[in-house]
Design a protein. Structure first.
Length: 95
């Protein structure tokens, strides 16, 4: 019996890649592209021709919206800070 086991050729090990580092930016970009494709009705499985210009415009609009929201938050912070300072000065000098 030992002779039969000796004559068998061993199978190579299976390749198993375990990532050491995780690229969050790349993952967010991939998810964003998938979301845009889903919104535009372009699925890879269905065989639609991908129009890079539509995807680019959609992503640009999303980026502009997020920048506008960020500007609005900064503006709101400045206004609230100004109101708090005015309120403090009013309380301090008037009362």
């Amino acid at each position: 019996m030992a002779i039969l086991g000796f004559m068998k050729q061993r199978r190579p090990r299976q390749f198993n890649l375990k990532y050491r580092y995780y690229d969050e930016h790349k993952e967010r970009l991939r998810e964003s592209e998938e979301r845009v494709r889903k919104q535009l009705g372009m699925d890879k499985k269905e065989g639609y021709r991908v129009d890079p210009e539509r995807i680019r415009n959609s992503m640009r609009d999303t980026l502009e919206d997020s920048r506008q929201k960020k500007r609005d938050m900064v503006r709101l912070g400045i206004v609230l800070g100004f109101v708090v300072i005015c309120f403090y000065l009013f309380i301090h000098y008037v009362l």
